[in-house]
Design a protein around this ligand. Sequence first.
Ligand code: SAM
Length: 257
Amino acid sequence: MEVLDRLDAYFPNADLDLMGSDLHQRARAMCGRLEAANSERYRSIRQEIQRGVCPDTFVQLLQRSEAENPARGNSYDYLDESISGVLQFDEPTDAPVHSGPEMVFYQPTPARHIFALIAAAGISESDVLVDLGSGLGHVPMVVSICTGARAIGVEVEPSYVACSRQCAERLNLSRVSFLEADARVADFSIGMVFYLYTPFSGSILRAVMDSLREQAAVRPIRICTFGPCTTAIAEESWLEAVTTREADQITVFLSRA
Ligand SMILES: C[S@@+](CC[C@H](N)C(=O)[O-])C[C@H]1O[C@@H](n2cnc3c(N)ncnc32)[C@H](O)[C@@H]1O
């Protein structure tokens, strides 16, 4: 992936001066070979997932997350490219239909933080994860692939939900589902771990936190956050942070008894 990035930077397709030179042709040929190798690797990892196996690569990424925190921040790296290659998301063709000052547009959690989420929250097969504002659904999918947990994405945009469902279906992820709903009216009664990558703010966040507090009154729940919503959620007196509370890392909160 690193070599491909460099080749792309040094030999852009649009660079007409170099087009046709021997060096340019060799670089393009090398790109072709590396891209073919990546595609083959993604195909074999997909087949493992389709058979219900957690690929070794994912196990190793999880072990690394258990040993050390990933790089902070919301930048993307080679891992995001790899996860996209493996999961093969569809791009929504329809423009988003829901927007408003308190609703945050789609931006995926960088893949390294999804592995950190699983490690920090100690998610296991018996858990039910709910991703509030799940976008194209890669958080529920990676969590379920790695742990066997049931994982549900709640997303208000119909086109994102349609793409997520197709992607999960092609991977045979029977324990992953997507609910097309506004998080304010979703049923949280089976959730045990709730994840928010700053999907909304203000009165929407307030309403959702009140619903989650009602759930916490009847059973313990874990709330995991990433991004600026961490600061607002850290103010909730019924929650206790069990990791460092940093907006650019995963934070895990437990509900108080
Ligand atoms: C920052 S993205 C996070 C996506 C995903 N959770 C992830 O981490 O990769 C926020 C998502 O929340 C969705 N969203 C915003 N307001 C919502 C609401 N009221 N109910 C459900 N989803 C909402 C947006 O459409 C968007 O897909």
